[in-house]
Design a protein around this ligand. Sequence first.
Ligand code: 5AD
Ligand code: SF4
Length: 471
Amino acid sequence: MHLPNYSDARRREDKDYKRVDFEFSEEIKNKYKGKTFFLKTYGCQMNEHDSENIEALLMTLGFSKVDDYEEADLVLLNTCSIRENAHNKAFGMLGRLKHLKEQKKDLIIGLCGCMAQEASVVEEIMQKYKFVNFVFGTHNLYQLPEIIDKAVSESKQQIEVFSKEGDLVEGLPVVRANNYKAYVNIIYGCNKFCTYCIVPYTRGRERSRVKEDILKEIDELISSGYKEVTLLGQNVNAYGKDLYEDYTLANLLEDIAKKDIPRVRFMTSHPWDFTDSMVEVIGKYQNIMPSVHLPVQSGSSRILKLMGRRYTKESYLELFNKIKKTVPGVAISTDIIVGFPGETEEDFLETLDLVEKCKYDNAFTFIFSPREGTPACKLKDDVSLEEKENRLQRLNTVVNKYFLENNKKLEGRVVPVLVEGLSEKNDMYFGYTDTNKLINFFVDRKIEVGDIVNVKVTSAKTWSLDGELVE
Ligand code: 5AD
Ligand code: SF4
């Protein structure tokens, strides 16, 4: 048994971690043929991509996938810790699974992902959720086959969570959710320790993948017909810092852009690490999509300091304007937190002012959620929930206004679209533009999912565009 522990997770060591190739233990390959699994994923793209590995590992064990958890022999929850409601959703699901297990004694239930890295969660599972068969964390996903096998053969609850990141495991099998768009991890973990954020504890310190491994994965995706890759990391802009003297995200983006891949995206960027050469490379290559996610969190320099964000409103705006100037037609999106402890009405007005200046193409807005173990959790929080909700509503009104305004500017324009599928009513196709906007469009000839086509925007809404195929 290995239990999670935040004081270990907080400690960063400069030791070299090893890059090792994954090997699936032969004895348990296909051992569970005929059994089924249901996998539920909460949270970010990183988790979605981890689930693509989990699915492949389960299939190698012999399990096949079902879409209804009540039908499954094994139910696995890949969880998220970022805000309290992600927590509540997973615990709610565990409640439903408890009832199911009362009727289905052989049901195997597991929990993994970020919540598994939290000591308080694991304690609660050990005490109140004894029906959960196994728990493993974000650092030992590759051990899933052995952990499940042990959970099935021994009736004891298996808790296998490492608080320190181990080796960097390459070559995990993967079942990708999409045949044309792929996620590619480039860096794991985060060293920024923003005071509100739990990620540096749940995902460990920054570890970049070796560039040759990344480029090889992209070559394989190209040969399999992939049209778009999204480079993933909690902070992609720190890529390479832990591995190389002079090979950064700018170099990696450039090496990838020179390949025959029509669309390259990356997320998420921390403004602190966003160098001029990165901005230039994004502007230089047609196949690096003009779409940047640049979380600001707050427009008040005072709150930014309390958040430990390492930039001010002014320096953020400088970077924002540099990107806008250098990358033609770029769409910039952001994340914003309201109600950080001590946020005054004046601080909040600074956030609204920043939004008025940036006129974001998209924004994800949140009420501050105290996360146990983070420094902000200990700060005195004197803003009432009512006030926080009011600020969120006022913020959403302003951000929505600009989503629509930006979309309206595209009316009459022709935009490239990667076709994703047919709409529910089967009368329109849908896909995403280069700037990552959802568009529904009519066609007058045969097109295929995975094509990149030109679509004329006929009307704009707040959350999507309508259009028609041209040429
Ligand atoms: N409370 C509210 N929002 C948070 N985020 C991260 N931690 C918290 C928290 N404790 C938001 C940030 C981040 C996004 C992924 O989630 O805006 O960029
Ligand atoms: Fe949630 Fe962060 Fe974990 Fe992603 S990395 S699942 S956002 S806590």
